[in-house]
Design a protein around this ligand. Structure first.
Ligand SMILES: O=C(O)CCC(=O)C(=O)O
Ligand SMILES: [Mn+2]
Length: 287
């Protein structure tokens, strides 16, 4: 896949972020480029010596990785385009930044303004019981489609301009088209999604899922099906990513056959995050 570096005009905020990023670059270059924080990279920058947490302003999103940007005159050359393949047994993913900081900020604002969340999605049917789901959900897509997820069938709302724009950018970068998107909004680090695979029967067999994130950077954990829980038959290290503001994670076949994924609780995360998983869905006639 070839991905062009995206460049955002350098404003005052970007300049401050650029200088901060440069100071941290030596230590975190690899981790921030790949988003992969399992060994040997630490998951977070170490605390300063006085033990106080790094402060973030309202426009910053924690653990932002490097972002392709226009450099100030005389500054270091631009960072390489941070697209990376993530491979393990039965796992094929690609991760990188799809949007520059300014564009990602604008899209997040538009998503916050325009996405309508399903009231019905507040509860899900799991193991015979109804549970309140710890996040908000919405579905948008082509008119004839439906999607059944943990016992609830969603009829998607029609596409809206902000989703069209994101979907088009994903298509441009990946060469894949998508007819459906599931949106999850996590109000803060207490909202989460448990371990699961995206294996719904409506999904076109072997189709990839494009996961685009905005807002707070959150940990995203892949765990191999054979290494889960007390009945684990193998020891396979989980793969931990940090999904940054404006990033795209492409989950390709057969990732969702073998690996489960989750966005765990992270109580220190205070800002909201919106994740969009673009999917290729078939119109099913019998349910
Ligand atoms: O929020 C995320 O990054 C993951 C969402 C997800 O796994 C899903 O919608 O199936
Ligand atoms: Mn999923």
């Amino acid at each position: 896949m070839t991905a062009q570096p995206l460049r955002a005009p350098i404003g005052e905020q970007s300049l401050i972020q650029f200088i901060q990023a440069r100071q941290k670059r030596a230590l975190f270059r690899s981790a921030r480029e790949t988003g992969i924080t399992h060994p040997p990279f630490p998951a977070r920058p170490p605390k300063p010596p006085n033990g106080r947490q790094r402060r973030t302003t309202s426009t910053q999103h924690r653990c932002s990785p490097p972002r392709p940007r226009r450099e100030a005159a005389g500054a270091e050359p631009p960072l390489p385009s941070p697209w990376r393949e993530i491979r393990a047994e039965g796992l094929r993913c690609e991760y990188g930044l799809l949007f520059g900081a300014a564009e990602a900020d604008a899209l997040l604002r538009e998503l916050e303004r325009d996405v309508q969340y399903d009231q019905g999605s507040l509860r899900l049917h799991v193991f015979g019981k109804w549970h309140r789901i710890p996040r908000q959900q919405a579905t948008y897509g082509d008119a004839e489609l439906t999607y059944t997820y943990s016992g609830v069938t969603f009829s998607p709302r029609p596409w809206i301009p902000v989703l069209d724009r994101i979907r088009d950018r994903v298509a441009l970068h990946t060469g894949h088209t998508f007819n459906f998107v599931l949106i999850n909004r996590y109000k803060d680090g207490c909202d989460h999604i448990g371990e699961h695979r995206d294996d719904e029967r409506e999904l076109v067999p072997r189709s990839p899922i494009a996961s685009v994130s905005f807002g707070a950077c959150r940990d995203f954990v892949f765990r191999h099906g054979e290494s889960r829980g007390r009945k684990a038959t193998r020891r396979i290290e989980p793969i931990k990513l940090q999904l940054a503001h404006g990033s795209l994670l492409m989950m390709k076949y057969p990732t969702n056959v073998y690996w489960y994924h989750s966005v765990p609780v992270r109580r220190k995360v205070l800002a909201p995050r919106i994740n969009l998983t673009f999917r290729k869905v078939m119109a099913l006639t019998s349910k």
